[in-house]
Write a protein that binds this ligand. Sequence first.
Ligand code: DAH
Length: 345
Amino acid sequence: MLQDKITQYTAEINAFSTSNADELEQFRIKFLGTKGIIKDIFDEFKAVSPEEKRTLGKVLNEFKQLAEARYQSLKEETEVAVSSKDSGLDLTLPGEGFDVGSRHPLALVRREIIEIFSKLGFVVAEGPEIEDDWHNFSALNFPEEHPARDMQDTFFIKKGGEKGDIALRTHTSSVQVRMMEHGKPPFRAIMPGRVYRNEAISARAHCFFHQIEGLYVDENVSFADLKQTLFYFVQELYGEGTKVRFRPSYFPFTEPSAEMDISCTICKGAGCPMCKYSGWVEILGCGMVDPNVLENCGIDSKKYSGFAFGMGIERIANLKYEIKDLRFFSENDARFLKQYKTSLI
Ligand code: DAH
């Protein structure tokens, strides 16, 4: 009997809530008042048998504590509500949302690329944006006065210097050289970074952009390894079934060299403005590291071979998000940037 009452009142107390002082006072009188329920129950308790007293005593005390604790906590809440209303503040009003910002689309794409290559054991390496001629050109097999240097219009900063003219790096291939100079094979790294070229700014060209370079050097590395690595990358990035093709090309630092195209991610090969109705888009340059480059970096080219590749992050992002004008990436227009909300931090 008494146990049943306690169970029922416990449920009532737990369910009770208010921030109104009058209602709370009613609650106090009902349960904790001098003629209240707790008083009644304690009176009834006096009449129960001694065995029952032992078990019920504890239950009863807990019940009393519950009623008191509930009263105290509601009292505090009520006081806050009252005092904040007095001061003109109502802390019970709902809060205002705030803008959490978003990741830059280039940062999102860079991270995705890094994640894919890290599954293949590639680590991330970085190098300086202000480079000397040796690291940006000479060590990469660009001969002095060779027209290949014109492939990349350079911003020169200073003439002369121990390792040649100082310039803003024109590509992240310079980081390959730094990595190989300072370590021992095997090397397996990707190197993201900003690069600069002296070009007129338009929808399709900019004086700075971003690249990711890749380098893999070990014994017996072959062109087949290069193809399989890049094939895997493309399937991961653009989905299974994306086709790749390699076209012969020229870079001073690789031999043989190739450019890799993928089947157009927008029209799936049917033909659209993005792929200029060819069904294919070029996404990167690659090749087997020229033995001269290995030797320039102090690596035995008889023992080691390697492959390298380099891609523009803007280009990859364009294909992913169909961004038609390169200038959007650097204009910091919040209307553009906030479209790339992501749950990834
Ligand atoms: N450095 C080249 C560029 O900026 C891209 C590139 C091509 C990097 C082929 C490579 C490579 O490592 O093997 O256009």
